[in-house]
Ligand binder design. Structure first.
Ligand code: PLP
Length: 230
């Protein structure tokens, strides 16, 4: 399978899931998660028309952004956990940040965002079901963090992101995603800038789309399995 044919398969799956719930696939962004994959693989995805890429590791992501610096049509999303001492690199190089979970990081990203760049697009990460993960805030903490982000001039609050605990059953995937959909709709009612619900990966993208996802983060189905040894 080539990356090009994988991308058209994923787009067909997005199309089908959208049709099943009477949504337009135009309202669902495909984010290609290229972590651990070489620039050659990204080039193939670009040739297939892909423009939005997600990276998990700061150094690796910045190297790729710099490699593709003449491609001003690409959009780069940071989707991994971020230590505060690395926030400057994210603020200086990325367009989106999906994993905000505390004020301190928001403040640093705001202060470090270069003035010649558009404000950084920020999603707040919610820990919706994963008791083993320390990433993301509880829903009860959302109002306070959303307000804080909305007051930062160099950040734009665009919505929510989640990585649920692994779950293969469709109904159980959905019951978790529905909680996110509710929180997202409430947030949207307060903040007009909110237009993005980042949820759904290779194994749960259909359920996520059925529950209102506007952005799916797809790695394996596009680039194949990852080899973390390399
Ligand atoms: C790796 C990763 C993905 C992609 O997962 P796949 O199952 O390979 O599609 C999506 N989101 C985040 C936050 C990731 O770290």
């Amino acid at each position: 399978m080539t990356i090009q044919s994988n991308i058209s398969d994923v787009k067909a799956r997005i199309e089908q899931a959208a049709t099943e719930c009477h949504r337009s696939s135009h309202d669902i962004t495909l984010l290609a998660v290229s972590k651990t994959k070489p620039c050659d693989a990204i080039l193939e995805a670009i040739a297939a028309g892909q423009r939005q890429f997600g990276e998990n590791y700061v150094q690796e992501g910045v190297e790729k952004i710099q490699f593709f610096s003449d491609r001003t049509d690409l959009v780069w999303h940071f989707i991994g956990p971020l230590q505060s001492n690395k926030s400057r690199l994210v603020a200086e190089h990325f367009d989106w940040f999906h994993t905000l979970d505390r004020e301190k990081i928001a403040q640093r990203l705001n202060d470090q965002r270069p003035s010649d760049k558009a404000p950084l697009n920020v999603l707040i990460q919610i820990n919706i079901s994963d008791e083993n993960s320390k990433s993301g805030i509880q829903l009860e903490q959302l109002d306070e963090l959303a307000k804080y982000v909305s007051l930062q001039p160099n950040l734009v609050l665009r919505g929510l992101m989640t990585i649920p605990a692994p779950e293969t059953d469709y109904q159980r995937q959905c019951s978790v995603f529905r909680k996110m959909e509710n929180a997202y709709q409430q947030l949207q009612a307060h903040y007009p800038s909110v237009d993005t619900l980042s949820m759904g990966m290779t194994d749960d993208m259909a359920a996520a789309i059925h529950c209102g996802s506007t952005l799916v983060r797809i790695g394996t189905a596009i680039f194949g399995a990852r080899d973390y040894q390399r």
